[in-house]
Design a protein around this ligand. Structure first.
Ligand code: RIB
Ligand code: CA
Length: 337
């Protein structure tokens, strides 16, 4: 059974690995991509999406530019983490060529794609939640049309990676995630799923080492060379950040998790990669030191029903074996296993 996904992302180095996995997976159909400003500008994310689609053989995939800016603050980008073009030292086809597309089409693609696959579309957010929030403003019924929603973001019982308590995607657009969570907080909302938030507590367990990078990308070729140059830059950034010459590959882990949870929900063979726990989540919007922090009410102090699940475990070794096997089966140069 085909799994239909809409991926809202901000490539971005680990987003590029996530898209590679998604297009490699034989049961995944990527029905749409939303380019959301985050790691780099919305326009540059769009150029990177287009270049990745060329390398991944996904040229026919619908994709749009999301909003130019977050909901309530100017866009901040992180070229120091992902490189001036968003793919480190890796180069993609046409990534310096203007997209010529208009901003603000991301919400429409969420709505159109969800209504085209009612109850079957898996939503996946690997960047700021700006464009899903805009889609929910336009179509409040959207949650009823999704089969699942998985979001990479936040740091719950874990230090932030951006400011002391904040994680980059939510730091970039706090109101975005706040509005998405609010849409799932209505009493009596009876859905067969809850949004799954995958925080740094778990995604930082997906540690790409030089040895894993070598196993993943052996054999070269245009795609693997681009990903290798991207990972080189990303590992240098982690080393500069005193984390060692490694890379936290948040987005491919979350993508593989979402795919395998969807397979499990369909009763299909899958690889368990982590467990979620129902919890009430919200986002601090006013904190002087903590704006953008995702807060989990583990003990129910707010008296509000859970509106989400938080991922509380990650099986990283199993993830990397699955990730490497899936990507290489689809994209390793001929003659390389
Ligand atoms: O904090 C990690 C997240 O921020 C990842 O999705 C990474 O790509 C950046 O968008
Ligand atoms: Ca990302």
């Amino acid at each position: 059974m085909t799994l239909h996904f809409l991926i809202d992302c901000d490539p971005g180095i680990d987003d590029a690995l996530a898209l590679t996995y998604a297009f490699a997976h034989p049961q995944v159909a990527v029905e749409g991509l939303v380019a959301t400003g985050g790691n780099v500008s919305t326009e540059q994310v769009g150029r990177n999406v287009r270049g990745l689609l060329d390398l991944l053989g996904g040229q026919g995939t619908p994709w749009t530019l999301g909003a130019e800016n977050p909901l309530a603050q100017p866009l901040t980008t992180t070229e120091e983490t992902h490189g001036p073009l968003g793919t480190g030292y890796g180069l993609l086809p046409g990534q310096k060529e203007p997209t010529g597309r208009a901003y603000g089409e991301g919400a429409a693609l969420w709505i159109e794609t969800a209504r085209h696959f009612p109850g079957k579309l898996h939503g996946l957010i690997l960047g700021p939640s700006t464009n899903l929030a805009l889609a929910l403003r336009r179509d409040p019924e959207l949650p009823q049309y999704l089969a699942s929603l998985t979001i990479m973001g936040g740091a719950l019982n874990h230090r932030g990676n951006t400011m002391p308590t904040t994680e980059w995607n939510v730091h970039s657009d706090p109101e975005g995630l706040h509005e998405v969570l609010a849409a799932y907080s209505h009493p009596g909302l009876d859905l067969p799923y809850a949004p799954l938030l995958c925080p740094l507590d778990t995604t930082e367990q997906a540690v790409m080492t030089p040895q894993l990078r070598e196993r993943l990308l052996a054999g070269g070729g245009e795609l693997f060379t681009a990903l290798d140059g991207a990972l080189q830059f990303y590992m240098e950034f982690h080393e500069w950040d005193k984390l060692g010459f490694i890379a936290h590959v948040h987005d491919p882990f979350v993508t593989a998790l979402a795919v395998n949870r969807a397979l499990a929900a369909n009763g299909q063979p899958h690889i368990p990669l982590g467990e979620g726990t129902p919890v009430t989540l919200d986002v601090e919007l006013a904190g002087t030191l903590t704006r953008g922090q995702v807060v989990a009410d583990w003990l129910g102090r707010w008296g509000r029903d859970p509106n989400a699940q938080a991922l509380t475990s990650a099986l990283a070794p199993e993830f990397f074996e699955h990730f490497i096997q899936t990507v290489r089966a689809a994209y390793a140069p001929k003659g390389y296993a």
